[in-house]
Ligand binder design. Sequence first.
Ligand SMILES: NC(=O)c1ccc[n+]([C@@H]2O[C@H](COP(=O)([O-])OP(=O)(O)OC[C@H]3O[C@@H](n4cnc5c(N)ncnc54)[C@H](OP(=O)(O)O)[C@@H]3O)[C@@H](O)[C@H]2O)c1
Length: 248
Amino acid sequence: MKKLTAVLLLTVATVTTFSPVLAAVSDTIAVIGTGRVGGALGPRFAELGHTVVYGSRTPEADRVQRLVARTGTDASAASQFEAAQQADLIMLAVPWDATEEVIKNLGNLDGKIIMDATNALDMADDGMLEVSVDTSAGELIQSWAPGAFVVKTFNNVNDTIMADPAGIDGPVTVPLAGNNLEAKKRVQEIVTAMGFHSVNAGPIRMARVLEGMVVLKLAPMFEGRHDERWEYYFRPHPQTSDVEPPAR
Ligand SMILES: NC(=O)c1ccc[n+]([C@@H]2O[C@H](COP(=O)([O-])OP(=O)(O)OC[C@H]3O[C@@H](n4cnc5c(N)ncnc54)[C@H](OP(=O)(O)O)[C@@H]3O)[C@@H](O)[C@H]2O)c1
């Protein structure tokens, strides 16, 4: 009986711990970081009807207050901790070097969805970019906030295109990686409402590939070909093959 009670308790605990907060149609989104990415996405989230609270080291600064003003009447700015605690969804838009400390200072993140745009990149000896961690930024963030639902998103879209997806001729794909399907679905709703095409790229481990895609995408720039810019589009491929797959 003791064993059964323990199992039941474990089941309840698991359900409670591992179910993302079911998001309402309009959410409060904490945008942590008020630079290029935060400043591009915050106003777009607000356009969709979400309440945006920026998490900043200097929420009172003129620059941040101007961003708040252009985001809309419901927007505000607070410390990174206060912003994260007000929201069920967090948009992480800080430099990679600061990310571990930022995550650890955001307080209890259990049950929250973290939309992670960070890229752990360094310059290699040949002057090109390379991924600077053995796994990925997405996986490390998930390990620093184990009770949260990390969804890799927007990491390989340029901030000008985040602000205006129509600024490029044709659709742009935002691949999503994360371990929780409900969380990914919620993020996908937001991403597609913003005018992007989106695909489910699998578990958070796939962030390794999504972060590597940034190295590829920025290759022309690091070779000095500044007029050559790419965005990704995964063209849907409905065709099925008649060939029977080999037995595994
Ligand atoms: N720019 C792009 O096109 C792009 C595209 C995809 C992904 N990304 C990734 O997104 C992340 C943000 O990029 P970004 O271009 O927006 O960077 P950014 O313009 O440098 O802005 C980052 C913001 O993070 C906050 N911040 C800076 N240093 C911090 C620190 N030590 N501790 C805590 N917060 C700090 C600052 O906001 P406050 O001053 O308000 O605190 C700053 O404005 C990076 O990881 C980048 O790789 C960038």
